[in-house]
Design a protein around this ligand. Structure first.
Ligand code: MLT
Length: 331
């Protein structure tokens, strides 16, 4: 069968065009990174997520050889910043550092513009950390036992800050109200960084936050701590009782942060990002800084796509049951 000259040249030019674009993608992926990277932290500056993101951005940029800029696009419990990453170009230059709200927002927001699993490539888990119950300095109860009875007798007058429905501080506050059988007045913020400022100023009474955002303020005497929402006492706060020690069960919560890229990011780029994250979690300097915040880096084996994928699946399955039981919906 003779192929006409025109068909032949069309097929050849199409083949060359596809080969050229394929080679461009692979060359770009091979050159990655050859410009600054944006790491979105979808909560406000000054909070625990911001502290962790800046630490990893600083470490990973040295390893990758390109600047990593932190972008605090916040609001709607992290879903605005997360949506921004979901619709960004899948080239490795826009990343997302996020925690439990990547799982809970699916149950919280009916009209979420992204799917936490289908629209993202997991790079790896980064940190684990406990939560603590803190208050403005002049909050009356003198210790955790006094705190528990005070909440029960004054619940309608007490304000409890959080970072929006589905955030870590919201989950911890929800669990605290459930186990103590109280209903406090919840005040949402764009992150626990701004909430902490109001707590120090006395504009809000309580906050259940991650240690990475609050231990420095406790040690500086700017806020008071009642208990660790943890089975055991925390090395960073040895004189603070655990909630379990105070006889309260069901208020032990651990918050992990993971790093994601948009779906479709080239495999070779993902491998470079995962390798940089693994080098960061293994870096003694990073581990020392995290330790000073009362949290820990994960192991290199946990800083992998498969581990983060399984972690997210587990959070989606377990936490949404809790939120649905509590009949919580953001919109
Ligand atoms: C933050 O970084 O502001 C917190 O992670 C928000 C939260 O409580 O989840």
């Amino acid at each position: 069968m003779r192929i006409s000259y025109h068909v032949h040249s069309f097929l050849l030019s199409t083949f060359l065009a596809v080969a050229y674009f394929a080679s461009c993608i692979s060359v770009n992926a091979q050159e990655f990174p050859n410009k600054p990277i944006t790491m979105v932290m979808p909560y406000a500056p000054g909070g625990p997520g911001d502290a962790i993101t800046r630490l990893f951005a600083g470490s990973m940029q040295k390893i990758l050889g390109q600047q990593i800029n932190v972008d605090n696009t916040s609001g709607a419990s992290g879903s605005i910043g997360t949506a921004k990453v979901a619709r960004s170009k899948p080239d490795g230059y826009t990343l997302l550092m996020i925690h439990v709200s990547h799982a809970t927002n699916m149950a919280m927001y009916k009209n979420l513009s992204y799917h936490p699993v289908d629209d993202f490539e997991p790079i790896g888990l980064a940190t684990n950390g406990p939560m603590i119950i803190v208050a403005r300095n002049d909050f009356p109860p003198k210790d955790i036992n006094d705190f528990i009875s005070y909440l029960k007798s004054h619940q309608s007058t007490i304000s409890l800050a959080n970072a929006g429905v589905g955030s870590a501080s919201h989950l911890c506050g929800l669990m605290m109200m459930n186990v103590l059988g109280v209903k406090l007045n919840e005040i949402p913020y764009k992150g626990t960084g701004p909430a902490l400022i109001d707590l120090m100023g006395g504009q809000v009474d309580l906050l259940c936050d991650q240690t990475s955002g609050t231990v420095p303020s406790i040690k500086a005497g700017k806020i008071k701590v009642y208990a660790a929402a943890n089975k055991n006492r925390l090395p960073s706060l040895p004189n603070t009782p655990s909630i379990t020690e105070a006889g309260i069960k069901g208020l032990e919560i651990n918050i992990s942060f993971g790093l994601y890229a948009p779906k479709g990011t080239p495999k070779s780029v993902m491998e470079k990002l995962t390798s940089a994250l693994q080098q960061s979690v293994a870096d003694p300097e990073v581990r020392k800084r995290l330790d000073s915040m009362g949290i820990s880096a994960v192991s290199v084996e946990q800083a992998t796509p498969s581990y983060l994928r399984a972690h997210l699946k587990n959070e989606i399955e377990t936490l949404n049951v809790l939120l649905i039981k509590a009949d919580i919906q953001a919109n």
